[in-house]
Design a protein around this ligand. Sequence first.
Ligand code: NAP
Length: 291
Amino acid sequence: MTRRLSAQPFAKQITARATEIAARAIADARGTAPEIAVVIATSEPDSLLYVDRLLKQVSATGLVGRRVELGEAATEAEIFATLTSLSADQSVAGIILQSPLPSGVSREIVAAAIAPGKDIDGITLVNAERLADGTHDASLLPATAAAVMELLRAYEIPLQGRQAVVVGRSAVVGRPVAHLLELEGAHVEVAHSKTPDLGVVTRTAAVLVVAAGVRGLVRGEHVSPGTVVIDVGIHPSGDTIVGDVDAPSVEAQLGETGGLSPVPGGVGPMTSAILALHAAQAAERLVRRRA
Ligand code: NAP
């Protein structure tokens, strides 16, 4: 049977570490918990559900989650002004800008209003450039990309000198994952929607990360036996979720020497744990700065 690269127990350990760091920061701030602001300009049910879970996770660490609802009609100027004000707010340690944004709003433009030190989901250009040149702060990485790397680290998957393929090149997942894999010494190839024959590229991978946003895109014929596959995709399916990987056919092809991260139970819970850790580290930074 193919090895399942589940987030647990590692995500739980990371959350416990986040709680410890947050408790220290709160004690240093004489009992006042720093806040983590989540800015929401959407009414998409899946997105709101994600925010609920995120805020629950933040309060479980002892920090205060601040829900900033702007509504789906929010303009670029309004979102920019809100992010500017949160960046200057001394009680706010970290800021998350929830996706999706209203149509016509540029993520890149509004993200520029987030103070880089409070950018705990790594969406600002400043933090993206630091990652590209390898001078990044790990607590300011895009959380999902960091979660992919954490799963690989937790299961001791070697990366140095190995062929890694990333399907997807978005600024939030594909690109940062490709940079991080490269920094670990992997030889990285990125496939995207214009890649002429996906299977030709993906079959070369020792490590394959799939973040295409297409349900079941990667099937058995796209992988080689022994490959480790990380499935980043999330697609609602009845009362559960499925990924970008067609798990039954891929597992049949990977065999006993391969590995696959499950959906649910893989990148998703690891991303939540990493965000909690980034939030706690931002709280610690804020309290030190104020001291
Ligand atoms: P995105 O912004 O839509 O980017 C998708 C990328 O996949 C693009 O680069 C696109 O190529 C590429 N792509 C699309 N169709 C393809 C195809 N047929 N073959 C090869 N490449 C293809 O999506 P994202 O934000 O990166 O998210 C990707 C997936 O991860 C989604 O399912 C999302 O729900 C999930 N996600 C999960 C988490 C988590 O915590 N688990 C967090 C964030 C996102 P082009 O650049 O050429 O268009």
